[in-house]
Design a protein around this ligand. Structure first.
Ligand SMILES: NC(=O)c1ccc[n+]([C@@H]2O[C@H](COP(=O)([O-])OP(=O)(O)OC[C@H]3O[C@@H](n4cnc5c(N)ncnc54)[C@H](O)[C@@H]3O)[C@@H](O)[C@H]2O)c1
Length: 330
């Protein structure tokens, strides 16, 4: 049984606590939040104790794993604090903003011999697991084109997302889900070109990127963290190859947790369209339990530190293309 401290009991921290409540070999013993109300809410959900700082939690509880769900600019400081306390570390995406910062985090984890993983949850989304299975089994044949989109209104539960130095804007906060997922399909791209819109506060909140891989696959990825009015949270993936097309489209409400409608089909070349059903297991439970499984069995974590470094490198290449208007080679 692993004892867990969840640090940050906001939007995603509460989702992680709900997931731990469904995982048998882990229990949340501490919930850290600077706000009394939020740490009490999280501790009540978890059945653990609330603390104002990670230092207090580490001094008062036996903790094996620290799960960092704080605003992004705080990730590095807390990952290093947790690793130096010999705790395994799960850290929300986007992990950080620069490779130098990322390397400091990884060094602290390696020096202390703890397991580190970035919580790239899109990989564990049921329909995206099925899509990867179709791609890997060659059901689509040689892939010609992918279209992937993730469109959201601006978060309404916190205001730090508007500060590019704290959140990185939609480029880091949203786009990284799709970049991570495409990386699991094809690895490091060959080159990319991005264009987008920067908000008045300096966040790249609409981004459209054309990406090419050496195997001939190409993708167009569209992300927004600033849709207007009542525009529903929307995700789409369409992959077409010479043998078929797989298409998933989901439409939520104000955000991803609200009720959704979805359509998921495979269109084989020369055959009838097939409606697909993915195994509807909670993606946070799949993500966290597979990380814990890796720790307990001494095997590689499902989102490796090297993969997360590559995904950050791709994100930085997109930023460079946005800022220079040029194609960037990787
Ligand atoms: N995986 C996903 O789909 C997903 C979804 C949303 C957010 N996130 C990521 O999770 C992280 C947190 O985002 P969020 O939307 O949950 O934020 P949030 O604002 O809802 O929650 C963060 C909490 O941290 C607390 N906090 C801030 N500074 C603190 C400090 N120094 N010590 C203790 N507590 C402190 C705040 O009071 C707040 O309650 C971000 O990196 C974000 O990008 C991931």
């Amino acid at each position: 049984m692993l004892n867990v401290a969840v640090v940050g009991a906001g939007y995603i921290g509460l989702s992680h606590i709900a997931a731990y409540n469904q995982i048998e070999n882990a229990q949340v013993v501490a919930v850290v939040n600077r706000s009394l109300e939020k740490r009490q809410e999280g501790a009540k959900e978890a059945g653990g104790k609330g603390y104002a700082t990670l230092k207090d939690a580490l001094a008062n509880e036996k903790i094996d794993l620290v799960d960092i769900c704080l605003p992004t600019a705080l990730h590095e400081e807390f990952v290093i604090e947790a690793a130096n306390a010999k705790c395994h570390v799960l850290c929300e995406k986007p992990v950080t903003f620069t490779l130098e910062s990322y390397d400091r985090m990884i060094k602290a984890c390696e020096d202390n011999g703890v397991y580190f993983m970035v919580a790239q949850v899109a990989r564990f989304w049921p329909e995206f697991i099925t899509i990867k299975d179709y791609v890997d089994r060659g059901e689509l044949g040689d892939i010609h084109m992918i279209y992937e989109k993730r469109l959201s209104r601006h978060p309404n539960w916190s205001n730090w997302h508007r500060n590019p130095e704290i959140s990185g804007g939609g480029l880091y906060d949203m786009n990284i889900h799709d970049i991570d997922y495409l990386y699991t399909l094809f690895g490091m791209p060959e080159e990319l070109y991005a264009s987008g819109w920067k908000s008045p506060s300096g966040c790249w909140n609409h981004v459209s990127t054309n990406i090419s891989w050496s195997n001939g696959a190409k993708a167009v990825v569209e992300t927004s963290l600033e849709m207007t009015g009542e525009f529903p949270f929307s995700i789409e993936f369409r992959g077409t190859g010479d043998k078929g097309t797989i298409h998933y489209a989901m439409r939520g409400g104000r955000n991803i947790k609200d009720e959704a409608s979805a359509s998921f089909y495979f269109f084989p070349e020369g055959g009838e369209s097939q409606e697909l059903e993915a195994d509807q297991k909670d993606m946070f439970v799949t993500e966290i339990s597979s990380y814990i499984n890796a720790i307990e069995n001494g095997i590689e974590v499902p989102v490796t530190p090297a993969e997360s470094r590559d995904v950050l490198k791709i994100t930085l290449a997109i930023k460079k293309s946005l800022e220079t208007g040029e194609v960037v080679k990787l």
